[in-house]
Design a binder for this molecule. Structure first.
Ligand SMILES: [Zn+2]
Length: 299
């Protein structure tokens, strides 16, 4: 993976996901994944971070800083405390930053995986250094990052929770305790629900996408309904931030060609801003590269 920021050299990145953790480093102008370890709902944070530290130290290379990205609410001001982890229950309340600092004795930065991914995209030149842009991940939930002049806008620390903005008062209950959140209408489950309503079947989003590509009407209609809700949320964001444009990521961004027209129609009804949407290139190592980039540019 290419990058343009020389200060990233000898920085390591850890991408802790719901099923695996990817660990990689930037050396001699390139990023490489060194190892992948399993995680899962019973993953113990102390054990995994110890194992990762041993891996990093075993490389016996110069080590400048370490970045860790994971899903959830991350308290950066407290040094990298994971306040809430949606996929790894034992990680909620853990200060991953302090654990890694103790084990490795180098600067460590911990952030939301969406922010880490965005920093990687800025460093690899996919997101411009100039202007205000919004990065939105469409997956099981909806994540977001606000980028201004190549920097993430953090506010008091938990900005970019676009998925939990209300699009329907009294709507579908959300795991966050609210109801009618955007991600309940434009997340993965919503797409499955729209398809079920039209066909009576529950199938994975990948299959709905395949069926839509084959011209099956219920699948096409499900993506239209899904797109409508994507457009509603994006119009709300455009009205609030007036961005230069949006970058989309996350699993469902790969199906943008199936929902883009419906999303754009809805968007144009609700805001006067230009429709400027790009899908960011994804790769299995993008999260870990982003975490390493974050360590290099923020430590
Ligand atoms: Zn919510």
């Amino acid at each position: 993976m290419g990058y343009r920021n020389k200060s990233l050299e000898t920085c390591w990145g850890i991408d802790v996901g719901g099923t695996s953790a990817k660990i990689g480093c930037i050396t001699a102008g390139a990023f490489r994944i060194v190892d992948t370890l399993p995680t899962g709902v019973n993953c113990n944070p102390e054990n995994l971070l110890k194992r990762i530290s041993q891996l990093i130290l075993a490389e016996k290379t110069e080590l400048r800083a370490v970045g860790l990205g994971t899903a959830g609410l991350i308290d950066r001001a407290a040094g990298g405390v994971i306040r809430f982890s949606p996929n790894l229950p034992l990680w909620s309340g853990i200060n991953a930053g302090d654990i890694l600092r103790d084990l490795l004795n180098v600067p460590v930065i911990v952030d939301n995986d969406c922010n880490a991914f965005a920093i990687g995209a800025i460093n690899s030149g996919q997101i411009p250094q100039e202007g205000l842009w919004l990065f939105v991940t469409l997956g099981t939930g909806i994540g977001g990052t606000i980028i201004n002049q190549g920097q993430i806008v953090y506010g008091t620390g938990y900005s970019g929770e676009f998925g939990h903005s209300t699009v329907r008062e009294g709507g579908i209950p959300c795991s966050c305790g609210s109801d009618g959140c955007w991600e309940r209408y434009a997340g993965k489950e919503a797409l499955q629900w729209y398809y079920k309503r039209l066909s009576g079947e529950i199938v994975p989003p990948e299959q709905i996408s395949l069926l839509a590509s084959m011209g099956r009407i219920p699948a096409i209609e499900a993506f239209r309904e899904y797109g409508r809700w994507v457009g509603i949320g994006l119009a709300n964001l455009a009205n609030c931030f007036s961005p230069m444009g949006f970058f989309l990521g996350g699993g469902l961004s790969a199906t943008a060609h199936l929902f883009e027209t419906a999303a754009m129609e809805e968007y144009k009804k609700r805001c006067k801003h230009r429709w400027n949407i790009s899908v960011l290139e994804d790769s299995p190592e993008a999260g870990a590269f982003g975490a390493a980039s974050m360590a290099g540019s923020q430590c």
